[in-house]
Design a protein around this ligand. Structure first.
Ligand code: ADP
Ligand code: MG
Length: 399
């Protein structure tokens, strides 16, 4: 049961002004959008509101202009992309509040769409300044937050507006919250988590939170080396944070107390150099890593056993690749386990939720992103959610 209002709760909005916070922080090169994934994610909410006859004003940030107008960071640059994805005319307004916005509203008809300027051109945005919030709200009738990826920030456009206008979750926010609720909020058990990636230090809070939440914690990637080393395994030249040995021990102890089974690799792919298909490539037991070798991937026996763990689980949450997946053949474990998870998800026996920049890239590389129940592209917000933190943009919608 969701504790936030959605677009289903809207009454008649004909001619009303919807202030919609979206994620339009699009990757660009030379003024052209290189990936329109975020616009496609925002389209459902925008078109639904326009279809209901609202005047849609889109609010979003782009890059980090730090409270100054930076012409190369104007949201006018996303208009072409929006028009082609939405197949609709989209107006650009060079302000986010005040008479210029009010005048535009006189021109817009019900069902029309406009993009307001980069919210971060105004200092009050990141300060969540009540004056700016009031000024933006003055031109709107209701507020829709569709930017989960910005929900870990309490900014004027992501949090403040929810307190002064009737507030609703947009469709992509709603989908994200529902998927996350299924994965960790109120999941079907047993629950498995895969945590990989480069370093323990960047995911300490994730690991600490997950051991109290999940039944199986699968640790891979460079961070597994830190755990192995803490257990007395010689990891050679592997990426390893030896100074975090005590922390790793503590996490393993807490897992034990919470009844969470931690899975560390028992065989690994090693090499002497970090290069594609190196001649020094070898698969060995974790206890056989030589002093001049690096662990770059989980080994095939361990991956098979991990697949068996997923088969007895009903829910999976995944952040971080199991190996240095950018370089062949160290993508093998990530690809194999991702394919197992995808097959189980297709069969309906596993709810699978994944997130993280490199994780999404790895799932795309494995060709299975579409088979996961939900793939979050939210980055920082997804990680904070994995850490068990409350996201201010979400909390504001709930109250
Ligand atoms: P995400 O972006 O999904 O949160 P991370 O940024 O934490 O993931 O981790 C991804 C990085 O971890 C990749 O660049 C990958 O090469 C690296 N990595 C994974 N396993 C290893 C390893 N054994 N040794 C060195 N780097 C690794
Ligand atoms: Mg990353």
């Amino acid at each position: 049961m969701s504790t936030f209002r959605t677009l289903d709760d809207l009454g008649d909005v004909t001619g009303k002004v919807a202030l919609v916070r979206g994620d339009l922080n699009l990757p660009m090169q030379d003024g052209t959008v290189t990936d329109d994934t975020r616009v496609r994610a925002a389209a459902a909410t925008i078109l639904e509101l326009a279809g209901k006859g609202a005047k849609v004003l889109l609010l979003a940030h782009f890059c980090r202009p730090k409270g100054e107008r930076v012409s190369t960071q104007s949201l006018s640059m996303v208009i072409d992309c929006l028009q082609s994805v939405l197949e609709r005319e989209v107006m650009f307004v060079s302000e986010i509040a005040g008479p210029v916005v009010a005048q535009s509203l006189g021109i817009l008809r019900p069902g029309d769409i406009a993009v307001l300027e980069n919210t971060r051109f105004w200092k009050g945005e990141e300060k969540n300044d009540p004056e700016l919030v009031k000024a933006i709200a003055a031109n709107g009738d209701f507020y829709v937050n569709d930017a989960f990826s910005a929900a870990h920030r309490a900014h004027a456009s992501t949090e403040g507006l929810a307190h002064v206008l009737p507030a609703y979750a947009g469709r992509s926010m709603q989908a994200e919250l529902e998927a996350l609720e299924k994965a960790l909020g109120n999941p079907q058990k047993p629950v498995a988590a895969v945590v990989g990636g480069a370093k323990v230090s960047s995911k300490l809070d994730v690991l600490k939170h997950l051991v109290g939440k999940v039944d199986h914690l699968i640790i891979g990637g460079g961070m597994a080396n830190t755990f192995l080393a803490a257990r007395g395994v010689s990891v050679g030249k592997s990426l390893c944070e030896h100074d975090l040995a005590a922390t790793a021990e503590e996490i393993l102890d807490n897992a034990d107390k919470a009844g969470c089974t931690v899975h560390l690799p028992y065989d690994v792919a090693v090499a002497k150099e970090f290069a594609a298909n190196p001649s020094s490539l070898r698969i060995c037991n974790v206890h056989e890593v030589a002093a001049d070798e690096m662990i770059l991937d989980v080994g095939p026996l361990a991956v098979e056993a991990l697949g068996d763990v997923l088969k007895i689980c009903r829910t999976l949450v995944w952040n971080g690749p199991l190996g240095a997946f950018e370089i062949a053949p160290f993508d093998a474990a990530t690809v194999a386990l991702a394919r197992t998870a995808a097959a189980l998800s297709r069969e309906g026996s596993l709810v699978s939720v994944a997130g993280g920049g490199d994780t999404v890239a790895a799932l795309n590389h494995a060709g299975v992103a579409g088979d996961f129940s939900y793939v979050s592209t939210a980055g920082g917000a997804f990680l904070e959610w994995m850490e068990g933190k409350e996201l201010p943009g979400v909390v504001a919608l709930e109250r």
